[in-house]
Design a protein. Structure first.
Lengths: 154, 427
């Protein structure tokens, strides 16, 4: 944890000293980047580091959708299912991914490579349909394009 | 001035987002001008004179919002709302990816006018490239003495902090954004007190949208009157309109306000896909009431015109729906979204959005019951106006307007247990 705390310190230095509480989300992000998913003890560690109530960090961890509270695959595929993507074939693409990966929404492949999620608007409406694989956006998707993207992932 | 462009005035290349390219476009010239020859009040006066209205959705006059801040307060904060999440909207993302420096310059000008020492840019957590582009630009700007202590040798100091959200639509609501920025789950707060009086950590706070702030360098460089001369009366300037859905050329278009809605759909965006007829238009992001093809006749892209037609210009996200689309299943996409995003604080919205999704879902599953439409309408009436923030209204307006405008389609689905249009969303 000491190396992680050094990274915490660097992030904290960017904020005014009296705003420790504002570091809750940035630190949860940083920790998730490091560990893949977050547990209650991670929340307690952050609360302890910042000197804020443990409940505040636990609430944030459970309330925001981007934090994973269960192990996820190496590649988390988030397919937009909102209006613009739906009008451009999001259901069809989600069906394609489900069939290809052999898993349903919210599930992870047995080899731990992929987690498939359906998410709300990614602000890619003009280039719909879209998905995000870990941090990277992929837009103007077709079945073929999705196949290519999956094949190129490590 | 019909060709005036605040954003689309350069060619996007591999390095057009970097500082040297922005400088070549006379970037940071407005900041230099303000710091050298304008008092903070003069910057505010230009913004007031420009008639600029907020681009996030509510359209509140920017200069007036600024004037509510108590200048005697020892601390004033500025928060740039970059939690772009209104379905159909994708303009702020373009600004980050291509013109982060223009936003930074706008944040600095606003901070100078308002006496802000620390400004925050709250980006939605999913925005990876926008966040990286902003951080790169901030590093460049700091290196060039444009952000930080004693900017450009003046007595003005300002730090800008890029802060990421973590996946919550409601955090685009300004008071929820503040709660989130303070490190809590993003529950909206009752207003009053408004953020300009008690905002971030109880200090006076101005919250402005990305596009709003990124427009300010143009206004300071060329003058508020020049900006006010562009576009429609009471709606000055240009806006970034996002067109999505069933059109041939979806994308972002910068047009002066007052531009005809039909022209942007049929000329600029190339009309409806597959030569189909136009069925419906959601004019300002998914929360705004849907309009039928007949209703968009004569609408111009300014708040008053869209409002007169019974909807709202909102965030400028225009969603186009072709003939042959199943409006019942399309509404389900939205009820599911709002039920998912309701934060849980207010009972009418938390329960109501889930009930609406359940009923619309039941209709889509062929198990609709007589009285379902009246039940849905009753729920929307129970939500609207009875919640802390506007999310409740945002969830209700699509339901109420879809049922009102396409009642036959809903009645058919309930009666026969199947869609009038084979459940199609794609055309």
């Amino acid at each position: 944890m000491s190396c992680l705390n050094e990274r915490f310190d660097r992030l904290r230095a960017a904020y005014p000293a009296e705003m420790a509480s504002s570091l809750v989300l940035p630190l949860l992000h940083l920790m998730q980047q490091e560990k893949g998913h977050l547990t209650e003890s991670d929340a307690l560690h952050i609360a302890d580091y910042l000197g804020v109530p443990a409940m505040q960090v636990k609430e944030a961890l459970t309330w925001y959708t981007m934090f994973h509270r269960r192990p996820v695959g190496r590649h988390v595929i988030k397919v937009c299912r909102n209006i613009a993507c739906s009008l451009m074939g999001a259901e069809r693409l989600l069906g394609h991914l489900t069939a290809r990966l052999g898993i349903g929404e919210g599930e992870t492949t047995a080899d731990g490579r992929f987690t498939l999620l359906a998410v709300e608007c990614l602000a890619s409406c003009g280039t719909a349909p879209a998905m995000q694989v870990n941090d990277t956006y992929h837009e103007g998707l077709t079945e073929e394009k999705i196949d290519r993207i999956l094949e190129e992932l490590p | 001035m019909s060709e005036a462009r605040v954003f689309f005035n350069f060619a996007v290349t591999a390095d057009s987002h970097r500082l040297p390219a922005y400088r070549d476009r006379r970037g940071y010239g407005a900041l230099e001008k303000a710091l050298r020859e304008m008092a903070p009040a003069a910057v505010e006066a230009e913004v007031k004179a420009s008639g600029l209205r907020g681009r996030g959705g509510a359209g509140f006059p920017t200069g007036m919002k600024w004037s509510f801040v108590d200048r005697k307060s020892p601390v004033v904060y500025l928060c740039c709302n970059a939690d772009e999440g209104e379905p159909g909207t994708f303009k702020d993302r373009w600004i980050f990816e291509n013109a982060s420096h223009q936003l930074i310059e706008g944040v600095l000008l606003a901070s100078y006018a308002l006496g802000v020492r620390h400004a925050f840019i709250y980006l939605r957590g999913e925005f990876d490239l926008p966040y990286r582009r902003l951080c790169e630009a901030l590093a460049e700007a700091r290196g060039a003495g444009l952000v930080g202590e004693r900017i450009l040798g003046s007595s003005f100091s300002c730090d800008i902090i890029a802060h990421r959200g973590a996946g919550a639509y409601v955090c685009g609501e300004e008071s929820s954004l503040l709660t989130s920025l303070e490190g809590f789950k993003g529950y909206p707060r009752n207003k009053p007190p408004f953020p300009a009086v008690k905002g971030l950590y109880q200090a006076p706070t101005v919250i402005n949208n990305v596009e709003t702030l990124a427009t300010i360098p143009w206004i300071i460089a060329r003058g508020g009157t020049a900006y006010a001369s562009i576009g429609a009366e009471k709606n000055s300037g240009t806006r970034l309109f996002g067109i999505s859905g069933h059109v041939n050329k979806p994308g972002l278009y910068e047009r002066p306000t007052g531009y005809p809605l039909k022209r942007i759909i049929f000329d600029d965006a190339g009309g409806v896909r597959g030569g189909k007829g136009l069925k419906a238009v959601i004019p300002g992001g998914s929360s705004t009431p849907v309009l039928t093809a007949a209703e968009i006749d004569g609408i111009t892209l300014d708040a008053e015109s869209v409002q007169a037609a019974g909807s709202m210009l909102g965030s400028g996200g225009i969603i186009v729906v072709a003939e042959g689309t199943c409006m019942v299943r399309l509404l389900r996409v939205l009820t599911r979204f709002y039920a998912h995003e309701s934060c849980g604080q207010c009972t009418p919205c938390r329960e109501g959005s889930a009930w609406m999704d359940e009923i619309v879902g039941r209709i889509c599953a062929g198990k609709g019951e007589e009285g379902d439409l009246e039940r849905l309408e009753g729920i929307t009436r129970g939500i609207m106006g009875n919640t802390v923030c506007a999310l409740g209204d945002a969830a209700s307006m699509p339901v109420a307007s879809f049922i009102q405008k396409f009642r036959d389609e809903f009645a058919y689905f309930i009666k026969y247990g199947r869609s009038m249009h084979a459940g199609r969303l794609e055309v």
